[in-house]
Write a protein that binds this ligand. Structure first.
Ligand code: G
Ligand code: G
Ligand code: NA
Ligand code: MN
Length: 254
């Protein structure tokens, strides 16, 4: 209860911030997107990770205004980077299932794009496999509409839910984001390597790009190059960083 009021006040006071973690194309080495990851900058506790407040935000319904703030802030930040001539990349925003269920969700997305002036092709939405598969008929229609708007869609934490090829082919999505639990062991030639290989090959046959998250070692990177994974993300390239550091990170890459 105390935490709920704190979160409400934090939203009013502007105490949430977004960190960004790059996604890298494995062939060209180019940065393709920056994933926005929310943090709570708490006066006494310091920076609080999303796993410590997103579940409560979902229980209390605060995820709706918080999620809208994240979306608008990420779009505005990306538009600012573009207007300053820094770079043109997608900004990726994580969505909670509760946001998708909102009747006015599409309107919220349209408004965020219109108000910030960000071109829809530079917005990516990450939706977890579990959420996508909860109500496939509903999701098919929603993803079709987002896709028609020109937005990039990724299925997050892919491999941890229950996707069948028959469901997957109905969804208008661009990218499968392979869960970091499989990426962990890929260099060891055991079950993780087999699962990762299957996901990458499934992505290719469905004409979807595949990104591996949680890449931490050169060994994992080598495996992912060899199996022709399209993109990677992880501490090997960068941890999530505040927006000022994003500029330094991009300049440092030349
Ligand atoms: O940033 P970190 O690596 O600690 O993220 C932990 C979890 O919180 C991840 O599962 C991530 O998807 C989720 N998360 C981060 N930012 C957001 C957000 O803005 N909205 C939602 N719904 N989840 C987020
Ligand atoms: O659920 P989602 O995929 O959005 O989660 C992103 C989370 O993964 C964030 O908490 C982020 O900090 C974390 N993360 C990002 N890169 C790595 C990595 O290379 N290794 C590990 N262990 N976690 C990572
Ligand atoms: Na994500
Ligand atoms: Mn993920």
């Amino acid at each position: 209860f105390v935490m709920e009021n704190g979160m409400r006040r934090a939203l009013e006071n502007g105490d949430f911030l977004l960190y960004y973690q790059p996604k890298v194309n494995l062939v060209t080495g180019e940065i393709t997107a920056m994933e926005a990851l929310v943090r709570w900058d708490h006066a006494e506790l310091g920076i609080i990770a999303p796993s410590d407040f997103i579940p409560l935000a979902e229980e209390t319904g605060l995820i709706i205004p918080l999620g809208e703030w994240v979306l608008r802030q990420a779009c505005a930040q990306n538009k600012w980077w573009q207007d300053q001539g820094h770079f043109r990349l997608r900004v990726a925003v994580n969505l909670s299932g509760y946001q998708l269920q909102q009747a006015e969700f599409l309107e919220v997305v349209r408004r965020a794009l219109a108000d910030t002036g960000l071109d829809p092709q530079y917005l990516e939405l990450e939706i977890t496999e579990t959420v996508v598969m909860q109500n496939p008929d509903f999701t098919v229609r929603l993803l079709d509409q987002l896709c028609e708007m020109g937005i990039h869609i990724s299925i997050d934490d892919f491999g941890t839910g229950y996707s069948s090829l028959s469901h997957l082919k109905r969804f208008s999505v661009n990218t499968l984001k392979m869960d970091k639990s499989f990426v962990k062991g890929v260099a060891e030639n055991g079950p993780d390597a087999a699962i990762a290989t299957a996901i990458i090959s499934m992505g290719r046959s469905l004409n979807l790009s595949v990104i591996a998250e949680g890449v931490e070692t050169e060994g994992q990177l080598e495996f992912l190059k060899k199996t022709e994974c399209d993109e990677v993300q992880g501490f090997l390239f960068s941890k999530p960083i505040p927006p000022e550091e994003v500029l330094r990170f991009m300049k440092g890459r030349g």
